[in-house]
Ligand binder design. Structure first.
Ligand SMILES: Nc1ncnc2c1ncn2[C@@H]1O[C@H](COP(=O)(O)OP(=O)(O)OP(=O)(O)O)[C@@H](O)[C@H]1O
Ligand SMILES: [Mg+2]
Length: 246
């Protein structure tokens, strides 16, 4: 994927969520991870890249195409082309796992019911969820729910998959199962932009890391380089030593 953004600002009331963000990733990377302390602006930036939030200022280009925040139609098109997953499972509670996957395929992507069911079954099968296809979300574990939500996000074949802390509501075992699935998706060629507090995972899966603090990018680079940076007392160093202490 190619990501180029310049001079992006975003205020929420008097809170400055993004304070002049520039990214110029002009190389072929397939997983980009945003890391940094809580409130640093990770979700805001992810949502702006995904066209779910409109910046106050700045230009955003993904894969050499500028996101047009002024046109509702163009934004809808951008959203339709990508897939999304957020930290708290947002499955429709009164629909089965299968219906959760088929519904957007029919309503948003215009597939016929039979093609939607076939596509959904294929995805659920791929993620070993087929035996749970007819269960309601409350009958599934947190990890299974999150995997159904991932199946739903990737069923239409998104260009980019946006994941905002996909494991933060899960216990360690379920976290492992969801992280394995995300790693598998990347292996399968899916481009992914994610935020995560799982530093080990970020280091493993990301081709590029962006460290955000107080609405600004303080560091960016390959995980191996960022994690081994010798520079003491930098904000990144302090952040990593705090989150990797236990
Ligand atoms: N909808 C909103 N309304 C008001 N303030 C918001 C809104 N969304 C985010 N903010 C504020 O913007 C700042 C950046 O928030 P953001 O959610 O992007 O941080 P984050 O890095 O994702 O944090 P976390 O790791 O806790 O998820 C924070 O100060 C937050 O309180
Ligand atoms: Mg967040």
């Amino acid at each position: 994927m190619r990501v180029k953004i310049s001079d992006v600002f975003k205020m929420y009331g008097i809170t400055r969520a993004l304070n002049g963000v520039d990214i110029d990733l002009d190389k072929d990377i397939s997983a980009l991870s945003l890391i940094g302390p809580s409130g640093g602006g990770k979700s805001t930036l992810l949502r702006i890249l995904g066209g779910l939030e409109i910046p106050d200022h700045g230009v955003v280009c993904i894969n050499n195409k500028e996101v047009n925040y002024k046109s509702e139609e163009s934004l809808l098109d951008h959203r339709r082309r990508n897939g999304y997953l957020f930290q708290s499972f947002n499955l429709f509670p009164h629909k089965t796992a299968l219906e959760n996957v088929t519904l957007p395929l029919e309503l948003v992507h215009g597939l016929s019911s039979s093609v939607a069911i076939e596509t959904a079954n294929h995805c659920l099968d791929r993620f070993e969820l087929i035996e749970h296809a007819h269960k309601l979300p409350f009958e599934l574990s947190g990890g299974q729910q999150q995997r159904v939500a991932i199946a739903r996000a990737i069923a239409p074949g998104p260009s980019l998959l946006f994941l905002d802390e996909p494991t933060s509501a899960l216990d360690p075992e379920m976290t492992g199962e969801v992280l394995d699935l995300i790693a598998e998706l990347k292996e399968g060629g899916q481009d992914i932009i994610l935020t995560t507090h799982e530093m080990g995972f970020a280091r493993e899966i990301a081709d590029e890391l962006i460290f955000l603090d107080e609405g600004k990018i303080l560091e960016t680079g390959e995980p191996k380089l960022l994690f081994s940076k010798g520079e003491k007392n930098s904000r990144l160093e302090k952040f990593l030593s705090r989150v990797m202490r236990y």
